[in-house]
Ligand binder design. Structure first.
Ligand SMILES: Cc1cc2nc3c(=O)[nH]c(=O)nc-3n(C[C@H](O)[C@H](O)[C@H](O)COP(=O)(O)O)c2cc1C
Length: 161
């Protein structure tokens, strides 16, 4: 039987709650990912143009390290990654996570939570990261998921092993 792993990053637990529901619906294992350098409340202040997230998210060249405590994904067929949307895109550490996971031969799907921004720019961000790594990976259309109905219809339409 195909195996699915849900990995998620959540700064304030909104994505965590959705990730738990997605994992339950997919009968998947689940693991939280962390930033190598954790974000403080001040780091997350998007009203402050000098906060860590404001600077990182606006700098296309910034590299943000993920903590290397995520599970070995070699035994999984499907990888699902959940994250908040920050300044219309995933936290930049998600690109570092993609660099560090060997996604060759996997089916990938991403979801997010946000205050209203849709998944369009996040999808481009993810597809660029996959291309830069030359991964042979089937990338599903991502979505912002806020409630049970949205989770159900997104999960039901995924193309996974
Ligand atoms: C630094 C920062 C930037 C954000 N930028 C956006 C944004 O561009 N669009 C949006 O709709 N919500 C934005 N949000 C809101 C989050 O996407 C939303 O609160 C999310 O559900 C948080 O998930 P979490 O609790 O799992 O961290 C931002 C939040 C933070 C902290």
């Amino acid at each position: 039987m195909a195996k699915t792993l849900v990995l998620y990053y959540s700064a304030t637990n909104t994505t965590k709650k959705i990730a738990e529901k997605v994992a339950q619906k997919l009968d998947a294992d689940i693991a939280e990912i962390h930033a190598a350098q954790p974000y403080t409340a001040a780091d997350l202040d998007w009203h402050d143009s000098t906060s860590r997230t404001s600077i990182e998210q606006h700098d296309h060249n910034s590299r943000v390290a993920v903590k290397e405590d995520f599970p070995d994904i070699s035994g999984y067929d499907n990888i699902v990654i959940g994250h908040p949307i920050w300044w219309a895109i995933p936290p930049r550490m998600i690109a570092d996570l993609i660099d560090k996971l060997d996604l060759n031969g996997k089916n990938l799907a991403l979801f997010a939570t946000s205050g209203g921004t849709n998944y369009d720019r996040s999808q481009s961000f993810i597809e660029r990261a996959i291309k830069e790594n030359n991964y042979d990976t089937k990338v599903n259309q991502g979505a912002v998921l806020n409630n049970a109905g949205q989770i159900d219809s997104w999960v039901d339409n995924l193309s996974l092993a």
